[in-house]
Each structure stands twice: as C-alpha cells, then as structure tokens.
Design a protein around this ligand. Sequence first.
Ligand code: ZN
Ligand code: ZN
Length: 237
Amino acid sequence: MSDEHATEAEEEYLQVLFWLFEAQLPMTAANVARAMQLSAPTVHEMVGRLERDGYITRDADKSIGFTEDGREHAEQIVSRHRLIERFLTDVVGVPWDDVHEEAEKLEHAMSPRFEAYVRSSVSDATTCPHGHPIIPGRRIEGVPLADVEEGAKVTILRFENEAEDLLHYLKRAGLEPGLQGTVARADDEEVVVSDNGAEHAVTASVAETVSVIADPSPPPRTALPDQLVLGRDRYGR
Ligand SMILES: [Zn+2]
Ligand SMILES: [Zn+2]
C-alpha cells in the first residue's frame, strides 16, 4: 500500500484520471495517453506503478478504478489545482487564460500551511475560473454548447478543456463562465452566442468543449474523448 507521498508524476496521472472520471469518460490507459499526449508504453508503465502503490485497481477489461486512497489523493490534487487558479485570478490578478499552466507547477510545491492561507483568501469561490468545482463532486451537469438550437438562452457553465491555446481562443471570443446570452446562430461550422448586442463566435468543435445550461435544452450527452483533444497541449482538468 502507498504511504502519504505520491510522486509529482503520480499526482499528474491521478489528476488526469479524476478528470476522466468527472467527465464520465472511460478510465483507461488509452484515454490517459490521449489526454496527456504520451505514448502507450510510457502510460502503461506509470499505470502499473499506480497500481503497485495502491492508488488504482485494474479490471480484466483494462478499465481503471480508484482505490479509496487513490480517490482521496486525486481529489486533493484536483481541488488544489482549482484553488490555485482561483487565487491567481482573484488575488494575484493573472488573466484566467494564463492560470492553468501556472497552477500545474504550483500545485506540487505547496505546503499544507500555505494551502490553508490560499484557501482562506478565496473562501467564497466555489469554482476555478473555468467553471470546475473546487470541491470535487459539486459539478453541475450541463450540455455541450454545440448541441444547443438557435434561439435558445444559454448560461456558460464550464470550459471542459483547459489546454492553454484553447483558453486563449475562448478569451478572444469573449466567452467566459457565468456569461448569459442567446444562441444567435448554430451550424456545422460555428456557434455564435450573443449577449446585449455583442456576438461571440466559436468553431463547432470548440463549442463541443463548452458546457452550458440551455433553455430549451438538448438531451444530455457525454462528449467523446476525441472531441476533447484539440490543442497541441494536454487537455485540461
Ligand atoms: Zn487548470
Ligand atoms: Zn480551471
């Protein structure tokens, strides 16, 4: 069984596994490899290590599950990541499309004491700046913006993919979590959301990665893993 010290690499993998779990995507080595843009042998080796260290179990069909210990570690690191992002935007003043990569580094280097200070400095926040719940399990289900019909009212809930180039794109388009508007146009090429006369256009494939609450709402659908890998970067947590 594991002791209390997951390595930095193990923390990264646990975080990606939790992200798959949360998005209801299958927890498999293949999806981890896709998410982290790593080769299958590299991922295979690390998955073996996570199993030996008592963080995950593997079924005969190769699907991965968390042990209690693994789930706890994964939730801790995911929560810390989102907390740091919120701290960087609200306290430090870093633009929200720049905080993910910074948080990736800081999340492994923070002492429990400093984490407590950070937590109290943003104690009112419930989500990261991209809409993901700081306390895992408090995720509000949404639907992909790409599925919403023209004329529907939408509230932007979350950016499912935090790849940096994608966040820059969304920022330039003027979309952000909490924004309320109407779907002015939607076709195979692009989706346009308008609010108070301003129009925000994104490609249909990017609209796949934007979760919204819509009225009228299309039926719920889990995004396909392929549609969540867009940028050169790893996709987000
Ligand atoms: Zn992030
Ligand atoms: Zn985030």
